[in-house]
Design a protein around this ligand. Sequence first.
Ligand code: 4AD
Ligand code: MG
Length: 459
Amino acid sequence: MKRTKINILRQLDKTPGQVQIKGWVRTKRDSKEFSFMEVNDGSCLKNIQVIANKDLDNYDEIQGITTGTSLMVVGDLVESPGKGQKWEVQALGVEIVSLAPESYPLQKKRHSDEYLRTIAHLRPRTNKFGAIFRIRSEIAFAIHKFYRDKGFKYLTAPLITGSDCEGAGEMFRVTSLSPADVQKSGKMDFSKDFFGQESNLTVSGQLSAEMFALSLGDVYTFGPTFRAENSNTSRHVAEFWMLEPEMAFCDLEGSMDHGEELVKYLVGHAMEFCEEDLSLFFQFVDKSLPKLMDTLMKQEFARLSYTEAIEILKKSNKSFEFKVDYGIDLQSEHERFLAEEYFKKPVFLTDYPKTIKPFYMRMNDDEKTVAAVDLLVPRIGELIGGSQREERLDRLEKRMEEMNLPKDPYWWYLDSRKFGSVPHAGFGLGFERFLMMITGVTNIRDVIPFPRTPGNIDF
Ligand code: 4AD
Ligand code: MG
């Protein structure tokens, strides 16, 4: 079968003529003389109306077409006299590829997001999820374009790793030991395991990115990361995609400048290239989205220290579920208050207490805080987490000792501070959180094709 995919929307911008459409029937109605079918080929939000008249050889068969049926149509694209669409296709031939039975789960009524999660294999055939996943695809492309234009090199960091970057102990173990052997010996003998040591799925590509930044200059990783956090929230999944730029000869401020430019670019790209799909979210999901997009693109992001933020939160007189005090890890409610209510725009928070941050962050002169930065955005809370890295060998070793981290497994990481170390900084941007922000979708499960969450690995 020759695959000449027609992008319906693009075709409509051109002059009318003969077209071929391959897609799925969204709705259909029949009269004695005609069958009207709304067909969508997945390329864009709009359907195209196909009209088949009774003179077609297989008109009987066409009348039996059901919602969800896949078909190929050849016809004339003409201006539509009817209401609701500018163009329609007058079919010269309709070939049914596969007739869907009446049990097709996507009938014309509106289905809830919760229900659609139970049929995640079919939800991209709905308007909303089709739009989400086209936007997701376009933004992934925009990320690569942004970095290529800036001369960054793309690094694919390993997914299986022997080190714990974040030190939060939320890793998924990777093993080839058989459960029976483990049971027999009563323990996991990692020396007999595939890699001869304990191995896990990565929680971040940062450590690899640092090594490459100190060789190739500016680099980025963009790929899946895994966390075994047992937090069933609307902002966490066990497998998510993270974009991690790492910049050599760069400090915390440079990293914030970069993060702000990146977010503005990606939002601008979405507005330019996902206009039709975004319009669905502007109209039906969250009417305040256009204003947020405008804020993201045009307003300078706020920048303040963790300590200043704690003061603002304390003085706010808001009754938070989690009490605010210096030293706490900020909760989503605190982050959202700052971005949504107080500043009403994205906020960079810097210089967090060392006690709540990983070993690799650069120690500040006060010896109490580290050069960390989080970007908090309205509705989401934390979108970006990053830092300037500790490039001074003695300070890094001291910090690892304080945190009881063994140095041996990190010999290579320490080497990078011995041989030509330079100040460097970077961050991780949660790809799904970014998509939630620009679409107004409130559950992270709805912006990732097949979400992995505690107790759920279907599809
Ligand atoms: O703040 P995090 O943990 O930062 C790091 O992993 C650093 N090593 C990144 C770096 O400096 N190169 O995670 C970065 C971002 C968060 O701000 C959040 O947007 C997202 O990743 N994130 C998650 N997204 C979905 N589900 C989860 N369970 C997430 N955990 C973090
Ligand atoms: Mg974080």
